[in-house]
Design a protein around this ligand. Sequence first.
Ligand SMILES: [Zn+2]
Length: 354
Amino acid sequence: MLFAAYRKEPGDTVALTEAYKTTMSDSRRSEFEKIADKTELTEAEVDTLRESVQKTLAQRVQPPVLIKTHNARVRHNGVPMIRRELTLGGIYILRNPLDVVDSVADHWGCSIDQAIQMMGNDRHTIGGRQDGMIKQYLQTWSKHVLSWTEQPAFPTLIIRYEDMKAAPEMTFRNVLTFLGWKIEAIRVTAAIDETQFEKLQAREAEDGYQERSDRSLSGRFFRKGKSGDWENVLTEEQIQRIVEDHGQVMRIDYGELKKRIRFRELLERIGWTSVEGRVDQLCGPCPLPECQSKVSSDCSKRKDRSFSIQTSKNVYLCFRCGSAGNALDFWQAYRATTLYEAAKELIQIHETSN
Ligand SMILES: [Zn+2]
C-alpha cells in the first residue's frame, strides 16, 4: 500500500482512493466468476482458471503490472500458484513474525494462540467457497518466506516492513529501481506522504477499506502500523513458540550485515576522529567506554592512538583493551549489549544513513 500512489506513466499521481480500488490481486472471486461466466465455482474449477485470470490481469496494463498475491510459490492440483512465464519478478514484503501474529489475530478475529498455530500450519489456506476471495495456499510462515526468497525462477526483491516504516524513501527507491521505473524525487516524496500510516487510517475511518476483514476485532485494516509492539503484546511462552517454529528463517543475516556496515562511517556517527590516518588505516583513541576509563588524563586521551581500523577489511583492533573484530563486534562492545540487539541497531543505523 505504501506504493499505491506512485505511477510510472507520465501524468498526475492517481488519487490514493482510486489507486487502492484498482490494486490488482490474483485472489478476487469476482475475477474468476467473470472469466468462467458463472458463480458457485468449485475448488477444482478455481484451479483450472488460475492461469487465465493471471493472464488477463497481466494483459490489462503495459508490463510490469503489479499484482498482489497471498500465495506461497507452491502448486495445488498440479497448478502453480505463481506462473513463472507470466512473472517478471517478485517484491516480497517480509515482516517480523512476532509482529505478524498480533496483526493476523486481529484481522481474522482469533486469539494470538490461534494465530501462532495458523502460521505454523503447513496446510494454512485463506479464502474459500464462502468468501469473496478464492482459496490461497500459504503454508507455514517460514515455508512461505522461503518459497519466495530462496527460488531461482525469477528475481525477487525482499523488503522489510520495518524498513518501510523506518526508511520509507530508501525502501521505495529500491522498489522503483527494481521495477525499472523512473525515480522522480517530487513524486517519491508525494507518494510517501500520501501513504503515511496516519493518513491511511484517517481515510479508512472516512471511506472504509475493501481489504478489511469482516471478522476484524478492531474493525480496522490500518490498525497500529507499529513495529516491535510484540514486546507489549506477546507472553514469554508465545514468543518462545514463534521462535521455535520460525527461528531458522527469522535469524538475521549477520554475514551480510557485517559487509554492509561501513566502519568508518559508523565511527564518525559516534563522534570518533582519527589522530593519524593512512590510506587504509586510521588510528585514534579507543571509543569503547571501558577502555576510555583506563586512560588517565584528557591530554593523553587526545594523543591516544591505541585503536585502529583497517577500512578495506572493515575490522578494528585496540592494543590497550585488546578488543578486536568487525563492525558488529565493535557495536556490541560499544553498546554493551547482545549480538542480536547490536545487529538490530546497526540495521536501523544503516537504513537511516542511506
Ligand atoms: Zn580499547
